[in-house]
Design a protein around this ligand. Structure first.
Ligand code: 7TS
Length: 406
């Protein structure tokens, strides 16, 4: 599928430092296809106006484009209705909305919020802030050496005091796909809700929020071919209805008095201020693009690439790979002997290869892995086996360059 797909990403066809670009930092952000770039341009050239207010033609076009994008997100996640889709800036904002609104209203002293130590900071700090504010307790499901978690451990960690279980569907470091449906069943049995961080799952696999029976689910558009600055929160209608907005102002009100006001119905009560209209249009176009290729096909492509990459990386002496051997998502975190990951990434960049190095916004996980940082190569639908071959030979050269350090 690749040559045709790669054609559609203008940014991939350039040289970086004298070499054809190999972009392997997709877990940080994905590149954008022509269809998305054109949709945003067309929106600004033909439809731009503020939404939900203008009686003029451009106002209706912009509103239709924005609300049309919401329908696409609802369909993409298989939500029951568009009322369950709140546009946000991304996963971070979506999780903060659930923490600040839902969690603060249901958690009191002694109540529990259950997480894992491998959460991205955006699925950790908001819950810490709630726990500190209301006197709730944070508990962590133990992690197995390969980054998976056991359902038995989930059973032991979640209790009748647990109000929220918050977990990433796919870890941005270990590449593990967690069994969120089964974890949700355990949460529900104990009267808790499950909040799923979908930042690393939605770009790479089919997600069905009704089948998963999750209470909240998030996505970040920029990781799935859409522009930066747009994402979404899915929430079950009954929960969202009970929640209070956390941002107040224009757009989200029904009636405003001098001393009190009332809110619009779902989903708009959570979207105070002029929304991210062009971003939503771009997200809608990205969803069309991904669905045309097929999420199952994308997942198959990436799991093939991941298997190939693990086999090839294994050839390198002294490399440590983190996470399970078998994986569905093309995301591989590693260390090259004692060479600092930043040095690895810097040398690779001189050869036109973009990977990420650092703590990946997972400092507790780095401590658990007993490393200060790691390197990470993450793939997407436009990556090829040749990209992985380039990565492997550059890593071998890096190792030779640093000699004794490995
Ligand atoms: N959750 C996970 C699992 C993530 O990987 C990220 C971003 C976020 C939440 C936050 O998403 P945002 O769109 O709101 O920023 N992860 C990464 C990464 O791994 N490298 O750069 C960003």
């Amino acid at each position: 599928m690749n040559a045709l797909i790669r054609e559609q990403f203008p940014i991939l066809h350039q040289e970086i430092n004298g070499h054809p670009l190999v972009y392997l930092d997709n877990a940080a952000t994905s590149q954008k296809p022509r269809a998305v770039i054109d949709a945003v341009t067309r929106y600004y050239e033909w439809e731009n106006a503020n939404v939900h207010r203008g009686v003029h033609t451009l106002g209706s076009r912009a509103t239709d484009a924005y609300e049309g994008a919401r329908e696409k997100v609802a369909r993409f996640l298989h939500a029951k209705s568009t009322e369950e889709i709140i546009f946000t800036r991304g996963t971070t904002t979506a999780l903060n909305l659930v923490a600040s609104s839902y969690a603060r209203s249901v958690c009191g002293p002694g109540d529990e919020i259950v997480l894992t130590e491998m959460e991205h900071h955006s699925n950790l700090i908001p819950w810490q802030q709630v726990a500190l504010a209301v006197g709730a307790t944070l508990k962590y499901i133990p992690i197995q050496p390969d980054g998976t978690i056991n359902l038995d451990d989930v059973e032991k960690t979640v209790t009748s005091r647990t109000k929220i279980v918050a977990i990433a569907h796919v870890s941005n470091v270990m590449g593990v796909v967690h069994p969120v449906k089964a974890i949700g069943e355990i949460a529900h049995k104990n009267g808790a809700v499950i909040v799923v961080d979908g930042a690393q799952s939605t770009p790479h696999m089919k997600v069905d929020v009704q089948d998963l029976d999750c209470d909240f689910y998030t996505l970040s558009g920029h990781k799935m071919c859409a522009p930066t600055g747009i994402g979404a929160l899915y929430g079950k209608k009954a929960l969202l209805q009970k929640m209070e907005p956390i941002e107040f102002g224009g757009e989200m009100i029904n009636d405003v008095g001098l001393y009190e006001s009332t809110w619009k119905e779902l989903p708009w009560k959570f979207e105070g201020g002029t929304p991210i209209i062009a971003g939503a249009v771009g997200l809608g176009a990205a969803i069309d693009f991904l669905e045309e290729i097929g999420m199952d096909e994308i997942e198959r492509h990436e799991s093939r690439l991941a298997a190939y990459a693990i086999d090839r990386l294994d050839e390198i002496d002294g490399i440590t790979l983190y996470g399970p051997r078998e994986r569905k998502v093309g995301l591989i975190t590693f260390n090259l002997g004692d060479v600092h990951p930043h040095d690895v990434a810097t040398v690779l960049d001189t050869q036109g290869i973009a990977i990420r190095a650092g703590h990946h916004c997972c400092q507790p996980l780095m401590r658990w892995l007993k490393v200060s940082s790691t390197a990470r190569a993450s793939f997407y639908l436009y990556n090829t086996e040749e990209d992985i071959d380039r990565l492997v030979s550059a890593l071998i050269q890096t190792k030779e360059f640093f000699g004794d350090a490995t």
